[in-house]
Design a protein around this ligand. Structure first.
Ligand code: NAD
Ligand code: MG
Length: 344
């Protein structure tokens, strides 16, 4: 039973999430807000972070059915009916990345935003890349990073372009004064029922975004990365259990796993670690902006053993762990966060 006097409970989140758990909610419902970021920087409090309070993970966040919804690609977290929780209210840092300099692609929303918030609250300066259409989401992240007392650098642009990827890295290095952590996280996912529906243009865009950009950005970043640096690539359960409607996307996620394992061996002698996070279904704008057919959003996450999708906030801590010195002996690994459909 939840103790309402428990100091680790964040009342706003408890109330909102509890309400959602009881049924569907309206468009204004939110799992998080940007407003209280300053209070969440991890300084000056002995209380354990709210995410550490023991609770039943099945009941921690909303379950399907979800509101039917669609957005134009690439989508905005702001416009999701039932706003994702990126850890805005809950993530508390403890200096685990103090003074580090991180670049995160797709840092405006979803998993990348959760990593950006967590990194900043752990003491890192953070540069985020995103598409120009995502400026409203990116603004919120910039504010959250600054509210944590860290430097935020917004670098919009399309990573399907090699020249832009090179400029992205050099701008990040210049703005941050170096680079220690690279998170290749941006992706394109466009559901199609048949291989016959996948145009060459889509196939190309999926591979450019998910595979080529990771290659280009990593290549550009490498000369700047010191020993102790960490590269984290977001793959997916799709690398191992590809869905029939994600033929092109799933292939790119398998590429990311192989890239991670190969590069980890290559960079081991330099003392640079390379790992991957492989999420299961996570409540982000990727899904209602073409990543899934509309009906699949209603039941999104129902098929995993936990019976619900993950929230981005449930991934932030793993990105911190893989970036931090605490995982000094971990490289070439793929860390599944799947609600029970374990990775091999
Ligand atoms: P998201 O939509 O919040 O993030 C994806 C980001 O990719 C976008 O915010 C956008 O900024 C970026 N992006 C896409 N095309 C781009 C381009 N051409 N140039 C620059 N940026 C571009 O969704 P998310 O779910 O947080 O996705 C983050 C990562 O998680 C992706 O690699 C995705 O494949 C992976 N993932 C997500 C799920 C899920 O269920 N949501 C599951 C497994 C893996
Ligand atoms: Mg986005």
């Amino acid at each position: 039973m939840m103790d309402p006097k428990d100091p680790t409970i964040v009342p706003t989140r408890r109330v909102v999430v509890g309400g959602i758990g009881a049924g569907l909610v309206g468009a204004s419902a939110t799992l998080a807000g940007a407003g209280t970021a300053a209070a969440q920087t991890g300084q000056g409090s002995a209380a354990p972070p709210p995410q550490a309070a023991m609770q039943n993970p099945l009941e921690q966040y909303p379950k399907p059915p979800f509101p039917r919804q669609q957005q134009e690609w690439p989508g905005l977290a702001q416009k999701m009916e039932l706003r994702p929780d990126h850890g805005e209210e809950s993530y508390k840092g403890s200096g685990r990345l103090m003074g580090r300099k991180a670049l995160i692609t797709g840092g405006d929303s979803g998993i990348g935003r959760a990593a950006a918030i967590a990194f900043a609250r752990e003491g890192a300066d953070v540069a985020i890349n995103y598409l120009p259409q995502e400026e409203p989401d990116a603004r919120e992240v910039v504010e959250l990073i600054r509210a944590a007392g860290r430097k935020a650098i917004a670098l919009p642009g399309d990573i399907r372009d090699e020249a832009f990827c090179q400029k992205l890295v050099s701008d990040a290095v210049e703005g941050l004064g170096g680079l220690d952590i690279l998170v290749n996280n941006a992706a394109k996912q466009a559901s199609q029922p048949s291989i016959l529906d996948i145009s060459t243009e889509q196939f190309d865009a999926t591979f450019k975004t998910n595979v080529y950009a990771m290659f280009w950005i990593t290549k550009a970043a490498l000369p700047h990365l010191p020993a102790g640096a960490s590269i984290i690539n977001t793959s997916s359960i799709q690398a191992y259990e590809p869905s029939e409607n994600l033929l092109d996307y799933a292939q790119t996620k398998a590429c990311i796993v192989a890239f991670t394992k190969s590069l980890a061996k290559q960079l081991a002698p330099k003392g640079i670690r390379v790992n991957s996070v492989a999420p299961g279904p996570i409540w982000t704008p990727l899904q209602p902006s073409g990543g899934q057919p509309p009906d699949a959003i209603v039941s999104f996450g129902a098929s995993v053993p936990f019976g619900r999708p993950g929230q981005p906030a449930e991934l932030g801590p793993t990105y911190v762990l893989l970036a931090s010195q605490e995982t000094s002996y971990v490289t070439g690994e793929v860390y599944g966060i799947t609600g029970g459909n374990a990775t091999p």
